[in-house]
Design a protein around this ligand. Sequence first.
Ligand code: GDP
Ligand code: MG
Length: 610
Amino acid sequence: YPCEVIRNFSIIAHIDHGKSTLADRLLELTGTITKQEKGLNQQVLDKLKVERERGITVKAQTASMFHEKSGTRYLLNLIDTPGHVDFSWEVARSLAACQGALLLVDASQGVQAQSISVFHVAKEKGLTIIPVLNKIDLPAAQPEVVAQQMESTFGINPADVIKISAKTGKGVEQVLHAIIERIPPPAGNPLDPLKAFLFDSSYDRYRGVISLMSIQSGVLRKGDKIASCFTRKKYEVTELGIMYPEEVPTDCLRPGQVGFVACSMKESSEAHIGDTFYRVGQPVDPMPGFKPAKAMVYAGVYPVDSNDFLKLEESIKRLSLTDRSVEVTRETSSALGQGCRLGFLGTLHMDVFRQRLEDEYNADVIITAPTVPYKVLHRDGKTSIVSNPTDFPDPADFASGGRAKAVQEPIVKASIIVPEKYFSAMMELVFEHRGTDLDWQSLEVAGEASGDGRVLMTATLPLAEIVTDFFDKLKSRSSGFASFDYEDAGYQTSDMRKMTFLLNGKPVDALALIVHADKAEAIGRSWVEKLFKVIPRQLFEIPIQAAIGGKIIARRTLSAMRADVTAGLYGGHYERKLKHLNNQKESKRKMKRVGKVDLPQEAFYDLLSK
Ligand code: GDP
Ligand code: MG
């Protein structure tokens, strides 16, 4: 396949605007999959069970298809991108392998927060953008109004907008033509030295790491010896080919092509997304902009039954082979026993990982409250990154003569798009979450009925504020209409404190939190209240306290149960959780002792998964 007949493209869209549906339709129309196959496997590109259940794309998938036009057979490579803000970094990576992108917008929803962010990423990469309006079959569709929105927001000529229904297939043929006509073919000389760009990888139990590569120049063949620009490690190519839509081996991959490459790579940690490979003996300059993925949300993961730790650790290790953006280290808690500390790209990523552990490995887990990575500036000039409350300095360390000077927290630039009538509710939400630099502009299109217009709001928010329940609140306070996106905006100095919880005067390490000084009291009180509800009464009185350093900021006392109460510790509230116990006998050994207080592991489960 010479370059001229190749088109590499991606579909970019806000979540739910129909990316997977359109991808399926394109694969069907080009005969890559049949309707029956589709029936068996709803949305071929969304492979994981959790992706199908949640209707989101977690991992980028790629598929090639062939389409004939005016007697020429074209090879079209669709590079699917993940559909959630946590994975925006992967979106940028996937786009580096494309020359064009279909910007898909739901004709009933209009331009949303992620439509804007993905548009900018594609624009930055210099891609040809084909605007597509989807769901024109819906009665609520307003194709003309939304086409105008696209003009005012993106400077797109409404005449270039293709109007389709990915569901019924209407207009999809036109999309295929536009891909061929409007997107330029990839450049690249087969005679130049080999340059292969790694943009995704997966793990296969038998063959090791399978990489997805885009060939920038030169030809890659089976048996070739290649090396990584980043690690300088050498590998031999054992198998390669295209995704059609599953792996189909070929003899070689030529410039402009994308395909899978199996080589002697054993560990998924060796596959660095964005890395460039060259033929051994013919080094090349790497593709620009390489940076390794960085975790932004950390949490401890513990088995509900501490005897299951080794099994859990094994499951986590296997799962992280297929998701290399998860960081794994061991940690121990006096309250919860052995566990793992995991780093995720964001909270959705964390939820997805947890659900996969439960679905695919049948593991019941307790996840501690999420923490973002803080920078602690020390008096000796050094800086350390702290992503575990246990390692966070105590207030005494900040006092004069102490080792710590200040703390910086990660911040993001957030954008929210919302109908005008929810504007004040959103403003309140932003301020409740320590937002600053709030700015807004109307997205109203001239001539559109007023009052129904939408507003684009931007603000700076601490990352810690959006990793908890921000997204849920955003959705509920806007009746589901607000859309949200964010990008990394560096660090800012903030007055953060370590909060500990004490039972009967003894700290419970697994519950420690890092909180902002202004919110400490409210957070302390609400957690003490939660603890009060989940801790079973015992034979003696138990003070439950929240403290910052030596200062108690909230307290409740759990009274002793009367000696004649024989109902045991698992009254009313725990019945619900008994499904996590096989029988009462087992529950005894799951009991933890914190000081003199007996705590069932389920109390933590209740507390932390609320
Ligand atoms: P993604 O999140 O962008 O991948 O979106 P999906 O392809 O999963 O689609 C989200 C929802 O919209 C699904 O319920 C689809 O069935 C539906 N959908 C997609 N395209 C159309 C369309 O053209 N018309 C209608 N009525 N529904 C559509
Ligand atoms: Mg999808």
